[in-house]
Ligand binder design. Structure first.
Ligand code: DX5
Ligand code: ZN
Length: 261
C-alpha cells in the first residue's frame, strides 16, 4: 500500500488502475457494515478496489463512527485503496495520525476547515492522495482556487452524518458543473481529477450520477444491505456504466423522481 512518500508520488490512476480507464468505480462504504464483525465485512467487498471509510466526530456531523485505531487494525487485511472521508472539524490535528494508520487518500470537507489550501498541502506532504468533499449547500466554485492540489472531488448527495438517506437529485447540476470544471482544468494542466458522489447511491440513482459526470460512486446501505456483496457491486457497476453510456439525457429522469431509493 502506498504509505511511503515514494509510493505516493504515483498518480491516483496508477494506484487504482480501474480509475485510469475512466470507467465508473464502486466504493463500498464501511459505515453500513456490521460493526461487530468489521474485518469479515470488509472482506466481503474485496472485489471493489476502493474502500470508503467514514470518520465522524459528533461535532462536524451529529454522529460518531470510528477513527484511526480501527482503520489501522483493518489496513493489513485489505489490498483496497483506503479513502478516509473525514467528517471532522478541525481536521488538521489528525492528519499525521491518519497517514500513520495507513490511509491512501484523505477526503476533507471544505466546510469547517478554514485554511483549506494548507490542509491539502499537508495531506500531500504526508504521502497521501488529496480529496475534497462538498456538502449539499456548498457551491462548486469554492474549489476553483485549489484544483491544482486535488486528486478527487466528492459531492455529497445527502447531508453527511448517516447512511441510508435519500439521494438528493438537486445535486445533479453541481455534479455537471464540477465535471465541466474538471475538463477545463485537464485541458489546462493535463491532469485528471476524479469526480465522486456519496449518499443514496443505488441501482436507480447510479446511472443518474454517471450521466452527470461522476466516476466514483460511494455506496453504503445498498451494498451492505444485501447478502451477496460481489453481485451487488457488479450490478451497481453495470447500472453506473449504463448511465455513462446513456449520456446526459438520463438525467431528465431525476426531474420526475424527487425521491429515489
Ligand atoms: C454519509 C456518509 C456516506 C454513507 C453513505 O455521511 O458519508 O459515505 O456511508 O451511505 P449510503 O450509501 O447508505 O447513503
Ligand atoms: Zn462518506
Amino acid at each position: 500500500m502506498p504509505q511511503s512518500p515514494a509510493a505516493s508520488s504515483r498518480s491516483l490512476s496508477a494506484q487504482v488502475p480501474e480509475a485510469a480507464a475512466g470507467k465508473p468505480l464502486i466504493a463500498p462504504s464501511l459505515l453500513s457494515a456490521d460493526f461487530s464483525d468489521l474485518r469479515r465485512e470488509m472482506e466481503t467487498v474485496a472485489t471493489a478496489p476502493w474502500l470508503h471509510l467514514d470518520v465522524m466526530d459528533g461535532h462536524f456531523v451529529p454522529n460518531i463512527s470510528f477513527g484511526m485505531p480501527v482503520i489501522k487494525a483493518l489496513r493489513p487485511h485489505s489490498k483496497a485503496f483506503f479513502d478516509a472521508h473525514l467528517m471532522i472539524s478541525p481536521v488538521d490535528p489528525h492528519l499525521d495520525a491518519l497517514a500513520e494508520a495507513g490511509v491512501d487518500q484523505m477526503t476533507v470537507h471544505v466546510e469547517g476547515n478554514w485554511h483549506l489550501n494548507r490542509t491539502l498541502q499537508r495531506i500531500a506532504a504526508l504521502g497521501c492522495k488529496v480529496g475534497v468533499a462538498l456538502c449539499p449547500a456548498t457551491l462548486p466554485e469554492v474549489l476553483g482556487e485549489v484544483l491544482e492540489l486535488v486528486d478527487t472531488i466528492l459531492v455529497m448527495t445527502v447531508n453527511p452524518g448517516f447512511g441510508g438517506q435519500t439521494f438528493m437529485p438537486g445535486q445533479l447540476p453541481k455534479i455537471r458543473r464540477l465535471a465541466q470544471m474538471i475538463d477545463e482544468n485537464e485541458e489546462r494542466t493535463g491532469r485528471r481529477i476524479l469526480l465522486g458522489v456519496d449518499g443514496g447511491i443505488n441501482l436507480q440513482t447510479a446511472p443518474l450520477v454517471t450521466a452527470a459526470g461522476a466516476r466514483l460512486l460511494v455506496a453504503g446501505s445498498s451494498v451492505f444491505g444485501q447478502k451477496d456483496r460481489p453481485a451487488t457491486i457488479a450490478a451497481l457497476q453495470a447500472a453506473a456504466c449504463a448511465g455513462e453510456e446513456g449520456g446526459r439525457s438520463v438525467e431528465d429522469v431525476s426531474a420526475r423522481s424527487p425521491s429515489m431509493r
